[in-house]
Design a protein around this ligand. Structure first.
Ligand code: SF4
Length: 324
């Protein structure tokens, strides 16, 4: 749900709806709220965000994860500025052509910001529809039928209020476990409740096991305490974010530090879970003289970098490398 509140007949700012919907992709409301507030303080409107420095935006996003969203956020703001004079287009196909805006986000902007009768379907809505109509087909095969059922219920007026109400119902009453059917306004119409299947739905096809990968991270400290950081390549995981030099993450990564030094393995390892794989990082540290020079990254004193500007995995590596 977007943090932007709306009154009847008053539509929230499309910039607020878009920003909140992008942040809420794969992320909880509780985690998003401080980031959403900070972004609106730093960049109160779309044109200010479009003119923002890339590194500042990536640093403000750090910790929220799924960093492609931050890169697409900037690309989208600049597209709206350059193609539409800074005003979000209203049509679904124009919204979907913008970077980072998929079917769900386009429908959410159309319904919530523009009051258009668009069908907004997220995981909450899928669950409510599967139970309301007692749909036995497992996800993801059931997506189309659940979307069609949600579409048939979408009203022509106040579609945004309706969409937010169904998503709220899913997140607060028709919850994944132990739905509170006794307090549900749809109970008398609910086929799942009538059949007693509400706790089993929606069914899901069994998921494949997440692969486990390995990697190395190299944390170098100069004589004056400065640490070696580098900006990761723009494309790929954590692209454009600050981090420690390291190997690829795969089955058998190569141990290949950025320069020769007395690299020491830290005991233990750092574990992290991404959406499609988990990774275990062996951390190596080295101390080099104060006048040491390298082609990789830049030495930065700890007081000159904000640890919160690093992605979660890089923060974990820092904590592991500096633990006593
Ligand atoms: Fe969900 Fe129960 Fe309401 Fe049906 S009655 S929609 S299962 S909370």
């Amino acid at each position: 749900m977007p943090p932007a509140a709306s009154r009847v007949g008053v539509f929230p700012d499309p910039y607020h709806v878009w920003l909140s919907e992008i942040m809420l992709q794969q992320t909880t409301v509780t985690a998003v709220i401080p980031y959403y507030s900070r972004f609106l303080t730093l960049w109160p409107d779309l044109l200010k965000l479009a003119a923002a420095d890339d590194d500042r935006v990536m640093a403000a996003w750090a910790g929220l994860g799924y960093y492609a969203r931050a890169r697409n956020l900037l690309a989208c703001a600049r597209s709206v500025r350059d193609q539409y004079g800074g005003v979000f287009p209203r049509s679904n196909h124009e919204l979907r052509a913008l970077p980072g805006i998929g079917p769900y986000t386009a429908a959410a902007i159309g319904a919530i910001a523009f009051g258009q009768p668009e069908t907004v379907v997220d995981g909450n809505v899928e669950r409510v529809m599967a139970r309301l109509y007692d749909v036995e087909t497992p996800l993801p095969a059931a997506k189309k039928v659940l979307t069609d059922l949600a579409g048939a219920l979408t009203p022509q007026s106040r579609a945004g209020d309706y969409a937010q109400a169904v998503m709220d119902l899913g997140s607060t009453v028709c919850t994944p476990r132990n739905p509170n059917c006794g307090h549900c306004p749809w109970r008398v119409h609910c086929a799942g409740f009538a059949q007693g299947t509400q706790n089993e739905l929606p069914h899901r096809e069994s998921q494949k096991q997440r692969p486990h990968r390995h990697g190395f991270a190299y944390v170098a400290r100069r004589g004056d305490g400065a640490l070696l950081l580098e900006t990761r390549p723009k494309n790929g995981l954590l692209g454009g974010m600050l981090g420690w030099p390291g190997s690829s993450w795969d089955d058998s990564p190569e141990f290949n530090p950025p320069f020769s030094a007395d690299w020491m393995a830290r005991p233990g390892s750092v574990r992290h879970i991404f959406t499609h794989f988990s990774v275990e990082i062996a951390v190596y540290t080295a101390t080099v003289p104060q006048d040491f020079k390298t082609q990789t990254g830049a030495f930065t004193k700890e007081q000159d970098f904000d640890i919160t500007a690093l992605p979660s995995l890089m923060r974990k590596i820092h904590a592991h490398a500096t633990a006593r």
